[in-house]
Design a protein around this ligand. Structure first.
Ligand code: HEM
Length: 187
């Protein structure tokens, strides 16, 4: 996983705990002197170990923490990869272009990036079907990222997850239902 993903995890942790806690997490779960550089690659197992430790500390299920991380990661990616994403002004356009444009651009910037396979289809306005598969099985992170995108574009969404790699399916299906949030819905 790219260092930028670990940096996003660090910034999420620092919203809730201090630097001492983050450093203690690193001492337990990463090689000595670890300092994440955004463009460098680090083992997936290291990210999993950090997340597992955070779950233990907060007494939260892994899915809860990964989903929360996905929401946070979205805004981090939007800032970090502004050049790739600045042309997207709408939720729908961004979601439909993740695989064929956004992640392709990411792959050009970082050869060999660890990206999932995704297919997105607009079934009707307000309903996108996303198919996700990855050896990393990070579909809950994908859900969190989609919720993060909805927040960013002021959309109200609901995601169904009828097929899942974690339940033995070859790929996950995420049915995304979305509509624009009216300003008075937000309070
Ligand atoms: C809602 C929108 C998005 C979804 C659902 C999504 C999904 C994912 C998932 C699930 C992963 C983890 C890898 C895996 O599953 O195998 C990932 C990795 C990544 N995505 Fe996205 N993504 C989204 C938007 C973006 C955006 C806007 C950017 C920035 C341009 C981006 C850049 C990346 C990068 C840099 C990685 C890590 C690659 C690596 O570690 O080698 N994604 N994405």
């Amino acid at each position: 996983m790219k260092g930028s993903i670990f940096q996003a995890l660090e910034s999420l942790v620092l919203q809730h705990r201090d630097m001492g806690y983050w450093n203690a997490l690193l001492v337990k779960n990463a090689p000595k002197g670890r300092c994440y550089v955004s463009v460098n690659d680090y083992p997936d197992a290291e990210l999993n170990a950090l997340v597992a430790d955070i779950c233990e500390e907060l007494e939260l299920e892994q899915a809860v923490v990964i989903s929360l991380f996905g929401r946070h990661l979205f805004s981090h990616l939007m800032q970090h990869y502004q050049v790739v994403v600045s042309r997207y002004q709408h939720f729908e356009a961004l979601i439909l272009n993740i695989h064929n444009v956004i992640h392709k651009e990411v792959n050009k910037l970082h050869q060999g990036a660890n990206l999932p396979t995704m297919r997105c289809m607009m079934i009707e306005p307000g309903y996108i079907e996303m198919h996700y598969s990855s050896p990393r099985k990070l579909c809950i992170l994908a859900e969190g990222l989609i919720y993060g995108a909805a927040e960013h574009f002021n959309m109200q969404i609901n995601i169904e997850h009828p097929q899942c790699q974690h339940r033995g399916d070859a790929e996950c299906t995420l049915n995304i239902y979305y509509k624009r949030l009216k300003s008075h819905d937000r309070s």
